[in-house]
Design a protein around this ligand. Structure first.
Ligand SMILES: [Zn+2]
Length: 307
């Protein structure tokens, strides 16, 4: 086990502040996350922690180079959090192995995969290469599994309390605060997004599978011919044969190629929507959700969009 860093213990101060305050002295947990959305999630649960994200909002989290700076960050982590369900299978195992850090190895309480706390969609009993670069353990793009953020938050709170018991009270408070706020936002979003119910989308890689499931939307076709395979001319041609009434918009993410979406727009007249995949800069998770819902409403139900 690694020794705890920066741990300043002062019994007198602790007695003095005691139960009267929820902010204990900072132990400064060092946390490594694979995607920015989990940085935002953890910032809400452990505001004193130092959190490093391996990827930015512009990057495709499927494909990351396991460069030395990432290995160094992983080596010093007390805790790591990734989406899981094989999203990072192409690069995370190498980082874990090369970090030689016991805390970030699979099966430990300090290596947390969000997918383990989410009701997984699109699990497959059997996959082979003919199906493309498919995610066998279910769709790993779980950052929009809105309702599952509550059990994920509960689990995270318990882990943080276990890892850093001196600050258990603070984690308890922060977790409760996050969940109370999230429940309020869920009510707000459910009401606001009601006009999106039943809307049909041509998507790109099932990236928003959990979002659509939550908002009762549906992705009826994909710009990718197979998961992880870039759009081809023949596949795009086949999409122009879709009944124009069969879908309402074409959706892609900032890290994906916009040209296939524009190409289909020119032939169908349907709006193209670029949705965020994750948080940008210091955005909180709920702000990302606000943006996504506003972007969808603006394109699909302009009269109901309020902001
Ligand atoms: Zn994927």
């Amino acid at each position: 086990m690694r020794s705890k860093k920066n741990l300043i213990k002062c019994p007198l101060v602790m007695v003095a502040v005691g139960a009267a305050t929820i902010s204990a002295p900072a132990m400064a947990l060092d946390i490594f996350v694979c995607e920015p959305e989990w940085k935002a999630f953890l910032e809400a649960h452990a505001p004193d922690a130092t959190i490093y994200s391996a990827t930015t909002a512009k990057q495709d989290p499927h494909y990351v180079q396991a460069r030395p700076s990432l290995i160094a960050k992983m080596r010093q982590a007390d805790l790591a959090m990734c989406s899981g369900a094989e999203l990072e299978v192409g690069w995370l195992p190498m980082l874990q192995a090369r970090s030689s850090n016991a805390a970030v190895q699979n099966g430990t309480a300090t290596m947390i995969y969000a997918a383990d706390f989410v009701r997984m969609l699109d699990t497959h009993d059997h996959v082979d290469r003919s199906q493309g670069d498919i995610h066998a353990h279910g769709n790993p793009h779980v950052q929009f599994a809105a309702n599952d953020m509550i059990p994920l938050s509960l689990a995270m709170t318990e882990r943080l309390k276990m890892i850093d018991p001196d600050n258990a009270q603070s984690y308890q408070f922060q977790g409760m605060k996050f969940r109370a706020h999230w429940r309020n936002k869920l009510n707000e979003w459910n009401e606001k997004a009601a006009p999106l119910k039943g809307k049909q989308i041509v998507g790109y890689h099932e990236t928003y599978r959990y979002l659509y499931d939550w908002l009762e939307m549906e992705q009826i076709a994909d710009l990718e011919p197979k998961p992880g395979i870039s759009p081809t001319t023949s596949h795009l041609q086949s999409l122009t044969k879709l009944n124009p009434d069969a879908f309402d918009a074409i959706v892609y993410s900032p890290h994906q190629d916009q040209r296939p979406a524009n190409w289909l727009q020119q032939r169908t007249g349907k709006p193209v929507i670029e949705l965020p995949l994750t948080v940008t800069d210091d955005e909180t998770l709920d702000v990302m959700y606000d943006k996504v819902i506003d972007d969808l409403l603006r394109a699909l139900a302009p009269s109901s969009e309020q902001s």
